[in-house]
Design a protein around this ligand. Structure first.
Ligand SMILES: *Cc1c(COP(=O)(O)O)cnc(C)c1O
Length: 823
């Protein structure tokens, strides 16, 4: 094979699927794999994997061709390999070529918020008679957009694609791929994103998506958007028709939102005629998203009657894929929002990461609106389910039932509708499995999830897995490609749930995990975690399990090091156990060899070469606070001095590491071979200098059990502490100090958010309950209450009771159910 670089225009492929992530491989022989290189990922490392699984078409980068890779590629005589300068550009080019084959209306959606909602709602409105192709979930990145556009086929009559930006110059690559004929600019948020000089620059960049649109829909009340359209976009696209709408000033379309008790009237007048629609939504952001949809639909020619009929049925978009503990020891992956082939593939891939249960089951509705002939569609689904090694399939709906004979490779059950399933299916058949519940909205699969879900008390800690990934990548980008990542998942992953978090980290290929005690490490291994694990506080009684589960002990004192050496000597295979980590005490005075014991340590290392030292490390005592910077520097100097002596005696290099989350931000120059991320992953930036770049991971929620009106002069709670000077509405929450809501939050110190309004506690916190004042909040019994999360930042709460966020996070008791979700 000739591995000569070609221009991307010479790529010719018959592949059905474009693939950029080897973990998502499904139909290998029909896929074209693009080896992409990012700052931390190099797809070229996975070429062999893909080939071994049957992949035969590859796009690789010239600069990545090492002699050994070249030799390997040359040996694959049955494969086609295209060598290009930049694989991402090749992917984008192939998608842009594909786009050129179609002349249907293509809607390009961008903006700070609401892209996904507008897209999903338009899809709901348009489906039938239109056949819609849309970006799956929020696939709107440099990679997501080409993958979305690749799904277009001859049966579609409208396409809806969203485009997002994380830095300047990205849109010029997305424009030719989407090549929208109609644009929707949803809005512009106040956030000044990393990578952009100003909000104006962000708007200008986003507008590049619209340089060739025939029509552009936007809300004129965003004055900066309006200005930039006249100044920048108009001159390059003079023929474009504007559909500007406004609730405040004169525009092509005047809009009024009239909210009454239970409904809102949306009135439009102007260039699209006079119309009035009615919805039960009231909140401004939702009305804005709806208005974008209405303007598009009226212009598209959908009749106002049909729009109103569908508007009544429009459902809130929850693209969350949630993981819940279920009955019969099953784990439920709730993806009941929609059901299409692309979404099913994503969900099945996600399910494959959940490896700890015995069996894999999927409950699946008919797939609506695929645009494919039914026979072909269900054949692909059967193949997918087989490929992803599902053990059980429950098919619900007339169509999937009609094609039951295609599902020969899996144990399967079929029902004509959800009601029959709930009445007739024996749920214990799903015992000990991970169950994906995936159905089109009209099948009401939330009833199935409800049935499967474990009953628990009304308090949950929701963990946003996307935010975790975001935060991980943030630190990854900071430390660069040459520094490894160890993630601290001690203390139940800072309260977030160790197994699920570890699984996500393993999927994201972190280099090391660390736990405090051996049994935490064992639990991870038993759930299929294979990443190297360091145990910070091993005890001799745990040495057997350390050895058995390949958990690597931290050795920090004369005593523990001597005991470990004795232990390994007692085994016949002394040199074959786990490697160890040496902790140096440079000033923390917690665990670690003090400087004075260094000569002893060096002597031991010299005498016991069978001790394999994987790393040497120390811990900064005050990286989060600027005042301790001189001491941190001193600690670093001491550490390097000791580490070098150790390496000299060992005769080989070990990993050296000293930075925790705060240290990564404050001392990038000390990143060495590895860093240890803890609290930052969970969304708290301990130096507070870069908090804005992290996303909130955990949201503690509870519910209102009762509301009562209490007269002035009465008291609330134990000890008559909650004195009321005015008449008040008091709500009782299903949360107390036994759930981890600290007693110090009592008597107005703690605040919770009720329907967006902050409400203070009243009186003492009880064991299982807390009373709050909801006089100024819209509140009803059964309403959800946010105890901490984005609205109530955990750092501020911690400050209110003079503690640190670490204590609040790890204090959420284990009886509080953890729910994991992905957007
Ligand atoms: C917990 C811990 C960390 C992580 O610290 P954060 O402040 O949470 O980033 C790093 N190193 C050691 C030794 C730890 O015990």
């Amino acid at each position: 094979m000739s591995l000569i670089e070609i221009p991307v225009s010479e790529i010719r492929t018959e592949a059905h699927y474009l693939l950029t992530d080897s973990r998502q491989l499904t139909f290998a022989d029909k896929s074209l794999f693009f080896a992409l290189r990012g700052e931390h990922h190099d797809g070229h490392r996975f070429l062999t994997d893909v080939y071994a699984q049957g992949g035969r078409e590859f796009v690789v980068e010239k600069a990545a061709l090492t002699p050994s890779l070249t030799a390997q590629l040359n040996a694959w005589t049955d494969a086609t390999v295209w060598v290009v300068a930049n694989s991402l550009r090749a992917l984008q080019f192939v998608a842009a070529q594909h786009r050129q084959k179609f002349s249907i209306p293509v809607v390009g959606i961008t903006g700070s918020n609401g892209k996904t909602i507008v897209k999903e709602w338009l899809a709901q409105f348009l489906a039938n008679p239109d056949r819609v192709v849309a970006s799956p979930k929020s696939y709107n990145s440099q990679i997501g957009v080409p993958l979305s556009v690749w799904n277009m086929n001859e049966t579609h009559t409208v396409a809806l694609f969203e485009a997002g930006l994380s830095r300047p110059h990205e849109m010029e690559h997305l424009q030719p791929i989407i090549a929208p004929t109609v644009g929707i600019f949803t809005n512009i948020g106040p956030a000044h994103d990393e990578g952009f000089r100003s909000r104006k620059q962000k708007i200008t960049e986003k507008l590049r998506l619209f340089t060739k649109v025939k029509k552009l829909i936007y809300r004129k009340d965003f004055q900066e958007i309006d200005q930039e359209i006249s100044l920048i976009l108009r001159p390059v696209n003079p023929a474009m028709q504007l559909l500007a709408w406004s609730t405040q000033s004169h525009a092509d379309i005047q809009v009024q939102w009239l909210s009454e008790d239970t409904r809102t009237l949306i009135q439009l007048s102007g260039s699209l005629g006079n119309h009035q629609f009615e919805t039960s939504y009231r909140n401004e952001a939702t009305l804005e998203n709806l208005t974008h949809c209405l303007v598009f639909l009226l212009d598209h020619g959908l009749s106002p009657q049909i729009i109103q009929e569908r508007l009544a049925k429009i459902l809130p978009v929850s693209m969350r894929l949630q993981i819940k503990e279920g009955i019969h020891n099953c784990q439920v992956i709730d993806d009941t929002y929609n059901n299409d082939l692309q979404g099913l593939t994503i969900a099945l891939n996600f399910l494959s990461q959940q490896e700890n249960r015995g069996m894999r089951a999927v409950i699946l509705s008919d797939v609506l609106q695929s645009g494919q002939p039914a026979e072909e569609l269900y054949a692909s689904i059967a193949a997918l389910i087989h490929e992803k090694k599902m053990d059980i399939l429950v098919g619900i709906g007339p169509e999937i039932t009609r094609h039951r004979s295609l599902f020969t490779e899996v144990k399967s059950y079929f029902f004509s509708d959800t009601g029959h399933f709930l009445n007739q299916f024996s749920l214990p058949l799903l015992s000990n499995s991970v169950v994906l519940v995936k159905g089109a909205r009209s099948f009401s699969f939330e009833k199935i999830v409800h049935r499967l879900q474990q009953k628990a008390h009304g308090t949950v800690l929701e963990i946003n897995l996307d935010a975790l990934t975001h935060n991980l990548n943030y630190y990854r980008n900071k430390v660069g490609a040459n520094t490894r990542l160890m993630v601290m998942v001690k203390a139940f992953a800072y309260g977030s749930g160790s197994v699920e978090v570890a699984r996500l980290l393993q999927f994201n290929r972190v280099d090391y995990l660390a736990v405090a005690y051996a049994d935490e490490g064992v639990a991870l291994r038993q759930s299929g975690i294979e990443v190297p694990i360091m145990v910070m506080n091993p005890s001799p009684s745990a040495f057997d399990v350390l050895w058995e589960y390949t958990l690597e002990p931290e050795l920090f004192s004369k005593k523990i090091l001597t005991e470990w050496i004795q232990y390994i000597h007692a085994r016949s295979n002394a040199g074959h156990g786990p490697g160890v980590h040496l902790k140096i005490d440079t000033g923390m005075h917690r665990l670690g060899f003090p400087e004075a014991e260094l000569p002893w340590l060096l002597q031991q290392l010299h005498e016991h070469p069978e001790l394999r030292v994987n790393s040497v490390f120390s811990h900064l005592v005050g990286a989060d606070e600027g005042e301790h910077t001189p001491f941190s520097r001193l600690q670093y100097e001491r550490f390097i001095h000791s580490a070098h002596q150790i390496e000299q005696v060992l005769g080989y290099q070990t990993l050296k590491h000293i930075l925790n989350s705060a240290g990564i931000v404050r001392f990038p120059e000390y990143r060495l071979d590895m860093v240890r991320i803890g609290i930052g992953l969970y969304g708290v930036e301990a130096t507070r200098m870069e908090q804005r770049f992290l996303q909130t991971v955990g949201t503690l929620k509870t519910t209102i059990s009762q509301i009562k009106h209490v007269k002035a002069g009465d008291t609330v709670g134990y000890g008559r502490r909650g004195q009321l000077f005015q008449e008040a509405s008091i709500a009782t929450l299903a949360l107390g100090y036994a759930d981890g809501y600290d007693r110090r939050f009592g008597n107005g110190v703690g605040l919770v958010s009720v329907n967006g309004v902050l409400c203070p506690t009243v009186g003492n916190i009880c064991m299982d309950m807390t009373m709050i004042d909801v006089t100024h909040a819209p509140a009803e019994e059964g309403d959800e209450v946010i105890v901490f999360g984005r609205e109530v930042p955990i750092t501020e709460l911690a400050a209110r009771i003079k503690t640190i966020p670490y204590e609040l996070l790890t204090g959420v008791s284990e009886r509080v159910r953890r729910v994991f979700y992905k957007e």
